[in-house]
Design a protein around this ligand. Structure first.
Ligand code: DGP
Length: 126
């Protein structure tokens, strides 16, 4: 499979400022914003600004600077949202990819979920 990025996806539109978002953190290479349909009291999405579909695509094609920025942004959002493990109760980090991962938006994003105890990691298939 090749990594054919669709620049009409909703997160590409958010990055271009065509759709509003509730920003939690913006860095040189990453943007974090609240999920429109939160599934926990803390539910933040972190995305790279570059055109990457999935984590494997990002890991293969992004620059070291982008990868470091993204990784640090995830940690910073955890701290800002009060879920980091150094002083808080923790979180769940999820990144869905492709059809089997049930990815809805084809721009790499990680979900940071927390603020309460999460349920089972994998729900029955649907
Ligand atoms: P996934 O299934 O992993 O691709 O999750 C996509 C998430 O994106 C889902 O939790 C809902 C969220 N989402 C969809 N459209 C929008 C939007 O326009 N704005 C924001 N903030 N989140 C969105």
């Amino acid at each position: 499979m090749d990594y054919a990025y669709d620049d009409q996806n909703i997160f590409a539109k958010i990055l271009r400022g065509e759709i509003p978002n509730t920003t939690v953190l913006e860095t040189e290479h990453s943007l974090a914003f609240r999920d429109l349909y939160p599934q926990a009291s803390v539910h933040v999405l972190v995305i790279p600004k570059g055109p990457y579909i999935s984590y494997d695509h990002f890991a293969a094609a992004a620059s070291d600077a982008e990868i470091v920025d993204f990784t640090r942004a995830v940690g910073e959002v955890c701290r800002l949202e009060g879920v980091s493990l150094d002083a808080n109760d923790g979180f769940r980090l999820i990144s869905n990819a492709g059809e089997h991962g049930v990815q809805e938006v084809p721009h790499l994003h990680v979900h940071i979920l927390g603020g309460e105890r999460m349920g089972r990691m994998v729900q029955p298939k649907g």
